[in-house]
Write a protein that binds this ligand. Structure first.
Ligand SMILES: Nc1ncnc2c1ncn2[C@@H]1O[C@H](COP(=O)(O)OP(=O)(O)OP(=O)(O)O)[C@@H](O)[C@H]1O
Length: 585
């Protein structure tokens, strides 16, 4: 019920459609009752009363009622569809917008397939309540109320007999609703799982093929698909158990009506026409009872779906703006980590990390895999927040900045390159539509991407596949570096961004970055000494702690882990003696 209340906030924007829809559903009920009444008049007045002159009027009324009913149905549909489609659009937009605001952690903890099924299946369930459920529910109530209002004055006894089996039908319909509700919940959950399986398989199809796991994947899908089938089948079994009972009881109501009504006619208590009218209206009394299960079901399905949607909508982003956030146009790019620690759950990832970077400096971060390099740089644009300590940008805690402003100061090339299935130019100019092509080309120049782009058939207008399909790993990295460069942000982060690029090209990129007019403060995560040796500061991370820091020369002299890595990477071309002579002495 709470969920339906929340939905009302969306529905009330379309009051006209909602109340208009209700009005025409009620009109539809009224027009559907006219033929039953005319049946009675035709039997009592035209046939038994021999008033043939009335027949024409009744027939015209019959046609008019039918026509008006059809018109009411049409308008009712127009209103309920308009309501439900508008509602669907608004709710989808809100959910989508909200997803954009949620923090990284939310996406770490929720599977894409599941989120997709909220965007589709759950949304559709909510829509159906207003497109269909609203009609069923309103019709059910008004059929009972109006039909009883007409029939009771005619014959209380026959009305009661007509309704005699209704409680029983209602009981079974209700039981059906109760029993089927958890199954439908399972069906929905299974639908999410099935979606997730398909989504993960398609995104990871290259890995699947590379590992020859098609059979395993087919079996996995088969299992999920069978589970989905079984759950739907279980729901159908419950339906098939209760449905015949309700049909039977509905049929028995007709028998009761025939038997008792027939007697009342013979005894002269009611006319044959009234009895016919009862007969015509009987389905209007049985239908709502039979629909109880369906309606209860639809409400509970919708509230389960709405609950899942509102769960997301009510999830507060973990990282939010402070009330009086500091707005900035452009920072200088001075960055200081002050005793920064970070934990994910119980796991300590960064421990007491401190360093200082002047604007325009290059800070390289090295360390074994899993030592916390990406976690460290993720703190600068506040993708995560430190558990302890502070990240200062231009002397201000980055939590004090307006989040949008802060993130616009930082351009990042992530380890896992993601490109959209658009043209290369629009990938580079992502978020800056209409950006001058010359600027795009200059950025591609700096990232050493221009040549290979221009060699393509459509050059910068070449449309690339999903996630950059059709480009090599190194080409994707260079396009994503260009995308970061074109933003001209004061802080640039390259997280292992040249790992797939050859050393020569990497060197060219670094030189071009250094030669830029407005040098960004550059964070460089890399594993190759050649990538970091010109950095102003090199930080060596080990299990989340900075264990060494300094310039290339200082670290070589230090003879610590950096020195070991250097020896390892250059053992083919330089021997220890030479190192001693060049750097240590
Ligand atoms: N969102 C997360 N939730 C929980 N643990 C995480 C999360 N992200 C990273 N970790 C863990 O934090 C540790 C450091 O990860 P991080 O990605 O920062 O390492 P890294 O030094 O960049 O490694 P690599 O060189 O392999 O990219 C790892 O043990 C990783 O499992």
């Amino acid at each position: 019920m709470r969920e339906l209340k929340k939905l009302w906030i969306y529905v009330k924007k379309y009051k006209l459609f909602f109340f208009g829809g209700l009005f025409f559903i009620i009109l539809n009920v009224i027009f559907s009752m006219i033929p039953g009444y005319l049946n009675r008049r035709i039997i009592d007045d035209v046939i038994n009363g021999q008033q043939m002159e009335l027949l024409f009027t009744f027939l015209v009324t019959y046609i008019a009622a039918n026509f008006l009913r059809a018109a009411a149905i049409m308008i009712q549909r127009f209103f309920t569809e308009s309501l439900s489609q508008n509602l669907l659009r608004d709710l989808k937009q809100d959910l989508y917008d909200h997803l954009q605001r949620l923090s990284f952690n939310f996406f770490n903890n929720n599977r894409t397939g599941e989120l997709m099924s909220r965007m589709t299946g759950d949304m559709e369930a909510v829509r159906m309540l207003f497109a269909d459920g609203m009609i069923q529910f309103t019709r059910a109530i008004f059929y009972i109320v109006f039909v009883m209002a007409v029939l009771i004055p005619e014959s209380l006894k026959l009305s009661l007999v007509s309704l005699a089996l209704s409680p029983l039908i209602g009981f079974f319909a209700y039981r059906l609703g109760v029993r089927i509700k958890p199954i439908f919940r399972q069906v929905r959950r299974q639908y999410s799982d099935l979606n997730s399986t398909v989504q993960e398989n398609i995104s990871g199809i290259r890995i699947v093929k590379a590992f020859h796991q098609q059979c395993y994947e087919m079996e996995k899908f088969d299992e999920e698909n069978n589970n989905y089938f079984t759950k739907n089948y279980n729901a159908a079994k419950i339906w098939s158990k209760y449905f015949p009972i309700m049909e039977f009881l509905g049929g028995m109501s007709t028998v009761l009506l025939l038997f008792y009504g027939g007697r009342l006619v013979i005894e002269g208590e009611i006319t044959l026409g009234i009895w016919m009218q009862f007969n015509s209206y009987l389905w209007m009394l049985i239908m709502p009872m039979r629909m109880i299960g369906h309606i209860v079901n639809m409400f509970s399905r919708t509230s389960a779906s709405a609950e899942r949607i509102f769960n997301i909508l009510e999830t507060e982003p973990e990282i939010k703006n402070k009330k009086k956030a500091v707005h900035i146009d452009r920072v200088k790019g001075e960055i200081e980590f002050k005793n920064v620690s970070l934990s994910y759950g119980d796991e300590d990832i960064l421990k007491n990390v401190s360093f200082h970077a002047e604007p325009g400096e290059t800070i390289a971060v090295m360390g074994a895999t899993g030592s916390g390099k990406s976690s460290l740089i993720n703190l600068i644009p506040r993708y995560y927040e430190p558990t302890d300590g502070q990240v200062l940008i231009d002397g201000i805690d980055n939590r004090d900045y307006d989040l949008r402003d802060l993130r616009s100061q930082v351009s990042i090339v992530m380890q896992d390159v993601f490109l959209f299935s658009e043209t290369i130019a629009s990938n580079i100019a992502y978020g800056q539509p209409g950006l001058d092509l010359e600027k795009i080309k200059r950025a591609a120049d700096i990232s050493s991407a221009r040549n290979f782009i221009e060699e393509m058939e459509s050059g910068f207008e070449e449309v690339i596949g999903e996630r950059g399909m059709g480009l090599s790993g190194g080409q994707k990295q260079r396009v994503s570096i260009a995308r970061a460069i074109v933003e001209e942000s004061p802080i640039l982060i390259l997280d292992d961004a040249t790992s797939a690029v050859d050393m020569e090209t990497e060197h060219q990129i670094q030189q071009a970055l250094e030669a830029m007019d407005q040098r960004s403060t550059l964070f460089l995560i890399a594993h190759r000494i050649s990538s970091v040796r010109n950095a102003d500061q090199i930080l060596i991370l080990d299990h989340g702690e900075i264990i060494e820091r300094g310039t290339h020369e200082e670290l070589i002299k230090n003879k610590g882990q950096y020195y070991t890595m250097f020896k390892e990477q250059y053992k083919e071309v330089i021997d220890e003696k030479e190192i001693e002579e060049r750097w240590v002495k």
